[in-house]
Design a protein around this ligand. Structure first.
Ligand code: SPV
Ligand code: MN
Length: 622
């Protein structure tokens, strides 16, 4: 390391770096510490003392404020910085590279010039935290070591909760390891400690050098390097190496006789992914990002993380008993962008208790009815308000979380926010049919997880579009290929928790129904439930669902409900195929021809059924 950098670190921190014996790491630190020019640098190893320092600093610097319950803190992001900034997040590409119009790219040289200019002296007057983490369990074929530079103790603290410590893993993998690197600066902050130069918010991803730069923002999805920033690096690496990085939960579903079957599930942000992973009676391995690899003829998956950065809106004591309990118990939790009462208690929209009329939230001092500069009413908590906790605090955590071999994936689920087309649960005919008609055809209405308009139907293949760093066609091709050479091919399903009545517009299923859909999928994977063939896949029989509703939810399931929920909606399905084909034809130059073939076959099946049975077909008529 160079002498100037060494003097910022001090002897103890220099020794921590030198012990790692990693010249490439040292060169990276030299470069970005010189450029950002912080006053001092703290190096965080896996040692409990170092981790405590990060936690305490977040409070000392008022990036987090302690709350009434021990271990709980609150953090606020700047007003308007509460979601992922898709517009200013881009992949740095060499001149002439085309990833298609769905992916934001920036010419690499230009991007570097811009972000280096922004980063110059950006950390002056501040302390920089250098932390080491590992994506996936340590000591495993999945492990990717990562180094994070950030001048936000909130970001370093969040990562400490969300990821496995990686200082020792760095040493284990040695100087040739292909580690990921992240540089973050929140930039200038105001008296509330929130970023002020939002117009210079940039998230630039360099897949060639495995580095991500993030500036003038604090929201976790823009700043926590190992979360959605690493995901873009990992998707690129996975594509080159023949594995998958997915926006997926991992969970165990308990079947008859003590059997546990593992599923992964991809859902766009705010579409029920975490609440599914947290279904009571089942076990959670992960709720956001999974790596999938083919090992000995099986698809095996790990949770990339060991924590949860979950949506808090709507969590209540009845629908989410486990989260409710954990969020009200002592332990390390960071609440972000919620309402804080005078008694230092957190509140959020959708709680089943009275919400105070005033307090502090992401807009500063808040009172019921407060409006922002544009005249828009400010809710008590932001719709994308979140909580950050360690999965090890959950009673329903599956201990396989830390298994270096991961779990065997036997079912893969795709779910979107779809009010008018797909039935609540349906199995694909086979891998290719599932990848094309369920994964690659996924659409969802936009949510507050990203900045911009909500409620617009958007194309979101595998719920992964926001995170792709390879072209959509390449990514679909990788998924199609992944089903080859397996000794048992996982079953692929779609779920839809948002289907509405065609006439009344009311939701056709209750929140808890997803428990039944998962029990049915578990039986299907194990060959223990029959199905009805429709033009778009295989749906449950009423005879199989009724007893499940009874045993799992203690509810009568009426034939009328079943018929409404599982009516095949031919015109909507045909319109969807047309929309999707149009997108692939117009926007994805490298679409695998197989995709069009499979969609066309599905359309023909739908047209045939329409001629025979009409537009809306209840299951017993099939
Ligand atoms: C999501 O939006 O999909 C999240 C939260 O999981 S974020 O960190 O913003 O990506
Ligand atoms: Mn996510």
């Amino acid at each position: 390391m160079n002498e100037n950098v060494k003097s910022k670190l001090g002897l103890e921190n220099v020794q921590k770096i030198e012990r790692m014996k990693n010249p490439r790491l040292e060169a990276f630190l030299d470069k970005y510490i010189e450029l950002g020019n912080p006053d001092k640098v703290f190096v965080c190893t896996d040692d409990a003392k170092d981790i405590r320092y990060i936690r305490e600093t977040a409070i000392r610097h008022k990036e987090e404020m302690p709350l009434a319950i021990e271990g709980h803190t609150v953090h606020f992001d700047a007003y308007g910085d509460q979601g992922r900034d898709k517009e200013h997040t881009g992949i740095l590409v060499p001149e002439g590279t085309d990833l298609g119009s769905s992916i934001v790219t920036i010419p690499r040289e230009k991007g570097y010039t811009e972000v280096h200019e922004i980063l110059k002296d950006m950390m002056k007057g501040k302390e920089l935290y250098v932390s080491f983490f590992c994506l996936g369990p340590t000591g495993s074929a999945f492990s990717i070591p990562c180094v994070q530079l950030t001048d936000s103790s909130y970001v370093a603290h969040s990562e400490e909760i969300l990821y496995r410590h990686g200082y020792e893993e760095f040493i284990r993998q040695g100087p040739d390891s292909r580690f990921f690197k992240f540089v973050h600066s929140q930039g200038s902050v105001d008296e509330r400690n929130v970023s002020v130069n939002l117009e210079k918010r940039r998230i630039y991803i360099d897949t060639i050098d495995d580095t991500v730069y993030s500036t003038n923002t604090q929201y976790g999805g823009n700043t926590i390097g190992l979360k959605k920033l690493a995901m873009r690096l990992a998707i690129n690496r996975a594509s080159q190496e023949g594995w998958l990085t997915e926006h997926m939960l991992v969970m165990g579903v308990n079947g008859p006789g003590g059997r546990r079957t593992y599923f992964t599930g991809a859902y766009p942000s705010m579409c029920g992914k975490t609440s599914t992973a947290m279904l009571d009676g089942e076990s959670i391995v992960g709720d956001d990002i999974a790596y999938l690899k083919k090992i000995d003829g099986q698809i095996r998956a790990v949770n990339v993380e060991k924590g949860m950065f979950g949506i808090i809106q709507g969590i209540n004591s009845k629908d989410d008993p486990i989260q409710w309990q954990v969020l009200h118990s002592p332990g390390e939790i960071i609440f972000s962008n919620v309402l804080i009462s005078d008694e230092k208690k957190p509140y959020w929209t959708g709680m089943d208790c009275e919400i105070p009329e005033k307090g502090i939230n992401h807009s500063g001092l808040w009172f019921s009815g407060k409006k922002d500069e544009k005249g828009k009413e400010i809710p008590c908590s932001h719709p994308n308000a979140r909580f950050t906790l360690n999965l090890h605090t959950l009673p329903n955590l599956d201990p396989v979380l830390e298994d270096p071999a991961g779990v065997e994936v036997r079912g893969i689920v795709y779910g979107g926010r779809d009010s008018d087309t797909c039935v609540p649960v349906e199995e694909a005919f086979d891998w290719v049919h599932g990848i094309v008609t369920k994964g690659a055809s996924l659409e969802s209405e936009t949510t507050a997880a990203t900045l911009g308009k909500e409620g617009v139907r958007a194309f979101n293949p595998m719920s992964n579009l926001d995170f792709l760093s390879v072209s959509v066609g390449q990514y679909i091709d990788d998924n199609l290929d992944f089903g080859n050479n397996l000794s048992e091919v996982p079953h692929i399903f779609s779920v839809n928790y948002f289907i509405r009545d065609r006439e009344t517009g009311e939701l056709l299923t209750e929140k808890t129904a997803k428990k039944v859909w998962f029990k049915w999928m578990e039986l299907r994977v194990n060959g223990e439930a029959e199905a009805i063939e429709t033009p778009t896949g295989r749906i449950p029989k009423y005879e199989d669902l009724a007893p499940l509703f009874k045993t799992v939810l203690g509810k009568e399931y009426t034939l009328e409900d079943y018929q409404k929920q599982f009516t095949v909606r031919i015109p909507e399905h045909i319109a969807k195929i047309e929309r999707i084909s149009e997108i692939y034809r117009g926007k994805v130059a490298d679409t695998p021809p197989l995709l069009f073939e499979i969609l066309e076959k599905q359309k023909q099946r739908l047209l045939k059924a329409k001629t025979k049975l009409g537009d809306y077909i209840t299951p017993e008529r099939l």
